[in-house]
Write a protein that binds this ligand. Structure first.
Ligand code: DQA
Length: 143
């Protein structure tokens, strides 16, 4: 099984960025732990992070035909990006939306997502564990 882990803007700042909301772990540490979980499940996991909307769109397009599922934390694009929503609809790859923080318990502008109604599932508020839960769920639904 091939899974793409996609992380949007400012997630490269994890560890330094508002650790009370997003935790102490860096993105590198999170991805490393996830890679080892994936290997144990015989899942091939690719990772891509970008602060640029177009780069994320291009990476989603490139996933067509070679990726079974996507784990996506769109960062602030969650609340703004119809273009990323359309990219996911274009490739018809199932995805799980993950947020480290519980966006529903935060500012009103974070409570709407352009992705949740088209996602296979949504995980929010469980920190980095959310990525692991998404990986496990996708693996189980594929076997
Ligand atoms: C986030 C929540 C978003 O509202 C925010 O803009 C982020 C991170 C999360 O993981 O909790 O960048 O997606």
């Amino acid at each position: 099984m091939d899974i793409l882990l996609l992380n949007g803007p400012n997630l490269n700042m994890l560890g330094k960025r508002e650790p009370d909301k997003y935790g102490q772990q860096t993105l590198e540490q999170i991805v490393e732990a996830l890679q080892s979980d994936a290997a144990a499940l015989s899942v091939s996991l690719s990772h891509f992070q970008s602060n640029a909307e177009h780069a994320l769109i291009d990476r989603i397009h490139d996933a067509m035909g070679n990726t079974d599922a996507i784990i996506f934390n769109p960062g602030a694009f969650t609340h703004t990006s119809i273009a990323l929503r359309d990219a996911l609809l274009s490739v018809s790859i199932p995805f799980i939306e993950v947020h480290l923080s519980n966006i529903h318990a935060r500012e009103p502008f974070r409570q709407h997502s352009y992705f949740s109604d088209i996602a296979q599932g949504v995980i929010a508020g469980l920190g980095a564990q959310g990525y692991h839960l998404a990986l496990t769920a996708l693996h189980q639904s594929h076997t």
